[in-house]
Design a protein around this ligand. Structure first.
Ligand SMILES: [Zn+2]
Length: 128
């Protein structure tokens, strides 16, 4: 089965959305906060992190991840396939392209959205 890039991205965003929600990203418990070697996860605080790692962990606050997923979904929804018409008489290149920006499909914005997932088993090098 061949998966296309938008479906691949929707699946990754659904996974991140689900995980963030299971980490209470929707509740009102507050924001994950780093302080020195600890991270306050609202319901529990853990310490022993190198301070930079604590800050990095706190950046993955579930509410922030949900906002990021929403933003990426809006980007993804704008960039849709405009399939080649298959008419050899057209005066322009007859190729699949992006309806939003006219770039060859998949467009650079979608490829950029896929970059964080190059190590995922469903990622396909031929998208580039
Ligand atoms: Zn595009």
């Amino acid at each position: 089965m061949t998966i296309d890039l938008p479906d691949f991205l929707r699946a990754r965003l659904a996974e991140e959305d689900d995980l963030a929600r299971r980490c209470d990203g929707n509740d009102e418990c507050g924001k994950w906060v780093a302080s020195s070697d600890s991270v306050d996860f609202c319901q529990v605080s853990l310490s022993g992190f190198p301070p930079t790692i604590a800050q990095h962990v706190a950046l993955h606050d579930p509410a922030r991840i949900l906002r990021e997923v929403d933003a990426k979904r809006r980007i993804l929804s704008r960039h849709t396939l405009s399939p080649a018409g298959g008419d050899p008489e057209l005066p322009w290149d007859d190729q699949d392209d992006c309806q939003y920006d006219g770039e060859p499909w998949p467009c650079p914005d979608l490829l950029d959205l896929a970059l964080p997932y190059t190590d995922h088993p469903d990622y396909r090098e031929q998208w580039y």
